[in-house]
Design a protein around this ligand. Structure first.
Ligand SMILES: C[S@@+](CC[C@H](N)C(=O)[O-])C[C@H]1O[C@@H](n2cnc3c(N)ncnc32)[C@H](O)[C@@H]1O
Length: 400
């Protein structure tokens, strides 16, 4: 067996005797034996129960959680192996970019080199089952993943992975963020469009997950108060609003006077700086989502009272799910070809990891996720097969 799958005899003995080793080796053995891998569901996710194995560095992070100074553990190991040796419910936010299938040769090999996309997905699913176990019920997982062209066809890897994760552990999918790679590399193909985006999925264990969107809101544009008349950021003025109400032939007199009263009161709030902007919708105008009353509460409000005001959040609007971020090109990380840009980690950590919480990256590479955690005052645990990449991560964190 060892010769057939190209590993040492000792590797096979360790796998057989202690069930330790890389998931890729296990999968190759199973192929040789013509066994079909079956993943267990979330309730059956195995840890190895041997927490004494847990790295001393990790113990330090877990004990220091309440401390102010961020603590870090960088563990050189196969991700599955390391995660299986960790206790449950310890992580606030996991963020990671696993190796993409057959796209890069990393220093220490590992996941991504499987012969088939199915085997690749099985390996990743096993890792994320462990991540699910390690996350607190309030925890979040962010997975950055891209597709691969194989025999001239995209494999659909991002969604195949995420649907597999949901099947395994019942994750709730909160967002599929599109990372639009500004200034991304040019596509050499002349028969398909240039591929310029990747996915960043946000998954949670429960509806009560921790989130604080205030730190990542887009700043509200202020109203212009110094004009002859107050104008909102989108250019609404009191006179223009009253005029629209007055000439609307689908409103009764009573509805017109109520709408005018509410608009005047809203401009008073704007003058006091309590609100920056709003949208005024009148009967006969375009409803924001749907005209169907069974679908849209706004449509039924419009039908009943003839108008409604949509107030912009004075604290700023919610970020959208398309992020324009340039790929990382930092010279300090020569030798690693797929490092995260810091901005891609910054938003998820701010929004879904509480201050002093613990961030986990099971494929930490040069440590971008934990570096951002450090900048934001969170603790971090990173795992990677490659000692070389972890050395770069240590340098970036300025820890020995
Ligand atoms: C896309 S890179 C992550 C880059 C990282 N986000 C950064 O900013 O540098 C994927 C990483 O997974 C590591 N890796 C591959 N197979 C692994 C395995 N089985 N266990 C742990 N790490 C693995 C590779 O060494 C590589 O550094």
């Amino acid at each position: 067996m060892a010769e057939r799958i190209g590993v040492s005899h000792r590797t096979i003995i360790a796998l057989e005797r202690d069930f330790t080793g890389r998931v890729e080796t296990l999968l190759r053995c199973m192929h040789e034996l013509k066994l079909k891998p079956i993943l267990c569901n979330s309730r059956g996710v195995p840890d190895d129960g041997n927490y004494n194995r847990v790295d001393v560095e990790l113990q330090r992070v877990l004990i220091a959680r309440a401390d102010k100074a961020p603590q870090f553990a960088l563990i050189q190991s196969d991700a599955l192996d390391a995660l299986r040796g960790m206790p449950s419910n310890i992580i606030d936010c996991a963020i990671t970019s696993p190796p993409y299938w057959q796209q890069r040769a990393y220093e220490a090999g590992g996941i991504g080199e499987e012969q088939t996309v199915e085997d690749y997905l099985i390996g990743l699913r096993a890792v994320f089952q462990q991540v699910h176990r390690l996350l607190k019920p309030s925890g979040s997982l962010w997975v950055n993943i891209d597709d691969t062209y194989h025999q001239r066809s995209m494999q659909g890897i991002p969604w195949r992975l995420v649907l597999g994760l949901v099947e395994d552990c019942g994750w709730l999918i909160r967002n599929d963020v599109i990372w639009s790679k500004t200034g991304g590399s040019l596509n050499r193909s002349n028969n398909r469009l240039s591929h310029r985006h990747e996915h960043l999925f946000h998954l949670v264990k429960s509806e009560d997950y921790y989130h604080d969107h205030d730190p990542i809101r887009l700043a509200a544009k202020p109203a212009r108060l110094d004009q002859p008349q107050i104008a909102t950021a989108t250019g609404l003025t009191l006179d223009a609003c009253l005029e629209r109400i007055a000439i609307n032939d689908q409103l009764s007199d009573d509805e017109k006077s109520k709408a005018s009263y509410e608009v005047r009161a809203t401009f008073d709030e704007i003058a006091q700086g309590k609100l920056h902007d709003f949208r005024l919708v009148l009967r006969g105008g375009r409803v924001t989502h749907s005209d169907s009353q069974s679908i849209s509460a706004r449509a039924s409000k419009l039908d009943q009272q003839g108008y409604y005001l949509l107030r912009y959040d004075p604290d700023g609007s919610m970020m959208g799910d398309v992020w324009n971020i340039a790929p990382d090109r930092s010279k300090g990380r020569s030798g690693h070809y797929a490092a995260f840009p810091e901005d891609l980690c910054d938003i998820p950590i701010r929004a879904t990891c509480p201050p002093s919480g613990v961030v986990l990256d099971p494929f930490v590479g040069t440590g971008t996720s934990v570096v951002v955690a450090q900048k934001l005052g969170r603790h971090g645990i990173g795992i990677d097969l490659s000692d070389g990449y972890l050395d770069l991560a240590r340098q970036r964190l300025q820890i020995s």
